[in-house]
Write a protein that binds this ligand. Structure first.
Ligand code: MG
Length: 220
């Protein structure tokens, strides 16, 4: 099974895309003849960064802990400036404390990125940290938009506009409820990074088991 399409609510949703022999609560797209999602060729991959392409939880947490934030107060997927304000710490201090060399790509992501020619990054990450990580990894997306590109949380609309894409031309790969909401608001197909154990499938999600499964969603 390459990936699953979650079709109803169930306590078993958490296993979607991770248990090859389980069809309880999920249904294989590959096996289904009822699935009629558009599969036009060569859709553009717009990707979240933290928790989707790179396993950055530990690096994000370590910077907060260095600045005295209790581990229990830390959560993920936020605009970093808003999160620093919520936690009562300086954004500049956080950027200084964040180790841009620490987070590594999830298994299979390097190979995915190497196989993509039309892809972009859309992230709530601070632009300094985000650009440093892209440079370290040698990743050169067509466009990268970080927190400084938005007035508030990231949105896909400005990215589509800059790339002259229609919503149906793109797929958004992400790991959080906010990522899913971004895709929904923009009318873009959402694919959940099921390789992140923190990613929780919801009704209607396409849950990818492995990074390379994105290629099938893109129509390649
Ligand atoms: Mg994320």
């Amino acid at each position: 099974m390459a990936f699953d399409f979650v079709f109803n609510h169930s306590e078993t949703l958490a296993i979607a895309g991770r248990t090859a022999d389980s069809h309880c609560g999920v249904r294989s797209v590959c096996d289904s003849d009822w699935y009629r999602a558009p599969m036009s060729t060569g859709r553009f991959a717009i990707c979240d960064l933290d928790g989707t392409l790179i396993d950055s939880d530990a690096a994000l947490v370590e910077a907060f802990i260095t600045l005295g934030v209790p581990r229990s107060s830390i959560s993920f997927g936020h605009v970093i400036a808003e999160e620093c304000e919520r936690l009562g710490i300086s954004l500049d201090a956080y950027i200084d404390a964040y180790d841009t060399a620490a987070a590594q790509p999830f298994p299979g992501v390097v190979e995915l990125i190497e196989s993509l020619d039309r892809w972009a990054i859309c992230s709530n990450k601070h632009v300094v940290s985000g650009r440093a990580e892209l440079e370290r990894l040698g990743w050169t997306p067509r466009r990268s938009m970080f927190a400084d590109a938005f007035d508030g949380p990231k949105r896909l609309g400005p990215m589509l506009e800059e790339l002259s894409l229609q919503p149906s031309d793109a797929v958004f790969l992400g790991d959080t409820d906010h990522d899913r909401a971004c895709a929904s608001e923009a009318g873009v197909t959402f694919a959940l990074a099921g390789w992140n154990p923190r990613a929780v499938p919801r009704t209607g999600d396409i849950v990818l088991e492995r990074p390379q499964d994105l290629l099938e969603i893109l129509g390649r």
